[in-house]
Design a protein around this ligand. Sequence first.
Ligand code: PHE
Length: 352
Amino acid sequence: MGLDNMSNDNPLVIRLTELEAEALAAVAEAGDSEALERVRVTYLGRKDGRISAILRQLGEIDPSDRRAVGAEANRVKETLTGALEVRSAQVSQETDFDVEAADLTMPGRETWAGGAHPVNQVVDEIWQIFRGMGFTRARGPEADTEWYNFEALNTPLDHPAADEQDTLYLKDSVLLRSHTSPVQIRTMEKHDPPIRILAPGMVYRRDTYDATHTPAFAQIEGLVVDEGITFVDFKATLAEFARRFWGADTKIRLRPSFFPFTEPSAEVDVKRLITLKDGSRVESDWIEIMGAGMVDPAVLENVGYDSERYTGFAFGMGPARMALLKYGVPDLRLFFENDIRFLGQFARGVGS
Ligand code: PHE
């Protein structure tokens, strides 16, 4: 600073300040990249550039002024280089846009709006409800072994459910899981009761794609095991879930069924109050939403639990169907063609 002040009246410093103002004005005026290049050569060109010339003279000037002049020359050089860069970016933008050639009536580019898949949204909704009832999340692999997918679940390999016809085998005893129930086994192997888990995930079956089948679909498994869990806990939990999901007027019904890993087993149906377009409310038909039951003691024994001490219940539901039942009608376009046809079946009363 002291040096600068002392040397402000040095003729070379004054000259540099003048050159700076001149050069910046020339930069501002330059309308294309060639004009900018001419400005650069005029002031900063290595051979004849006006500022470079002053830097080259440094050796000849009074040593007491040398530092101040050198510093000012470098400062001007940097300022000018920066200004050239900024203007160069502006100029290339301006010249890229050819007003004559552009079609100014062309519609703007639409911004792309992403969103969670409707089934995933419903999985999250279901999860929030069970989380509120004290469940935690669990997961397991989509490629699993015959032991986890069938045998540990009390399903012998010659049981129709294990049939190679509807199971996708990878190699030997490894297959794409045909349901999320193997997560029951994997969770109980790792943890002692009390167990209260929800395990959403993809499952795979050798089904031909049609109105009511797809080879890959989502399931949500639930499992509760503790001392003193009864059928009342089972039914009350599912009834409360249905009311929280569809509304307080929702009813559930348990139909006797069979799964090798639950005893007794049930299929769970719901009846909902539907609001029509005119605002009136009607009861829906009964529609199945899940398979469920009390955990078979043989399954508890397979994971080393004492089946005299512990009891539990399990359920498996299909969130795609639940998404359709909750949101399907107003938002039909959100769903795959397959799901639309699927809903159509219900709309016509088939399958209920
Ligand atoms: N895993 C059964 C299925 O895919 C559903 C189920 C889960 C049934 C848990 C009972 C208990 O059909």
